[in-house]
Design a protein around this ligand. Structure first.
Ligand code: GLU
Length: 283
């Protein structure tokens, strides 16, 4: 019996969608359509400081206009915080997380003092300051009321997962997982109590996503996601990382370019076919 293909588009409603999002959504949608599979929409709105309900409504309008439809109910991450806490709890109980009290400034100071830090996918890697705190020291700071995030103890997670983790990228083939590219990543942010990495890995597994189609800006993140799947005993989907659309000057499209949003283009009378042409999906 062949497994049904399930893809998803997982935007964060922090602004209006632009052509880059249209491309991303259509790539995931086309993959599902071409395989006779299912397509899901997931709203990644855990960061309440940046997400707004009006963007949520607008993105659904944009997607419908593009001819994309999805299964209901739509999963909204903000409605599932207790689930993410129990996933974090699981990692904590396995000794894979540690509290980190560092501010950004402290981290930068430490890196400067050490004459630099190895660079990872997202800039300099966290230099491990709080990993070196004893249980007593960390406990005392927590009791004192110091705010903290929870970071992944990467080395320990790699030991638990064992060597030889691989994942498949549809374009680039079999990849050996290299989670060290991201270092001791924050799994539970101090401000929102969870993180993109934790929620996305959990949700893709929970929703039975078989094919994760997303931009290549998240290629390196997939190395970490593979490790998290291993330590949490979750299945590994197939990945397809597509190229990113750029403007005429070579800059990545961003939500701040208001004139180029799908809403604005639609209001200017641009047709769906023209959008498909502009993102390179129609000649
Ligand atoms: N929510 C993420 C974003 O809007 C995408 C996550 C993903 O596709 O894995 O960038």
């Amino acid at each position: 019996m062949t497994q049904d293909v399930v893809t998803r588009f997982a935007p964060s409603p922090t602004g209006l969608l632009h052509l880059g999002h249209a491309y991303s959504a259509l790539m995931a949608w086309n993959l599902a359509q071409n395989c006779g599979g299912r397509f899901l929409l997931r709203i990644e709105d855990i960061d309440g400081t940046r997400c707004r309900p009006e963007y949520d409504a607008a993105l659904k309008e944009d997607l419908k206009w593009l001819g994309i439809n999805w299964e209901e109910p739509v999963r909204r991450q903000s409605e599932h915080r207790p689930e993410y806490s129990s996933v974090a709890q699981q990692l904590w109980q396995c000794g894979l997380l540690y509290p980190c009290f560092c501010s950004r400034a402290e981290i930068l100071r430490e890196i400067e003092g050490a004459g630099g830090a190895p660079h990872g996918a997202d800039g300099p890697l966290y230099p491990g300051i709080c990993r070196r705190l004893s249980v007593d020291e960390a406990g005392a700071r927590i009791r004192r009321g110091d705010q903290y995030a929870l970071r992944l103890n990467l080395q320990r997670a790699i030991e638990v997962a064992g060597s030889g983790l691989v994942w498949t990228d549809l374009q680039r083939g079999i990849q050996e997982a290299r989670p060290e590219l991201l270092g001791d990543v924050v799994m539970v942010r101090r401000d929102i109590g969870c993180s993109y990495h934790l929620c996305v890995v959990w949700d893709d597994a929970l929703q039975g996503v078989t094919h994760v189609s997303r931009g290549e800006d998240l290629f390196e993140a997939t190395h970490l996601h593979r490790l998290l799947q291993a330590v949490l005993n979750l299945p590994t989907p197939v990945y397809a990382h597509h190229g990113l659309l750029r403007d005429a000057s070579g800059r990545r499209l961003a939500k701040r370019d208001r004139d180029e949003t799908l809403t604005a283009l639609r209001e200017q009378g641009v047709s769906r076919e023209e959008i498909l042409r502009r993102v390179g999906l129609l000649s």
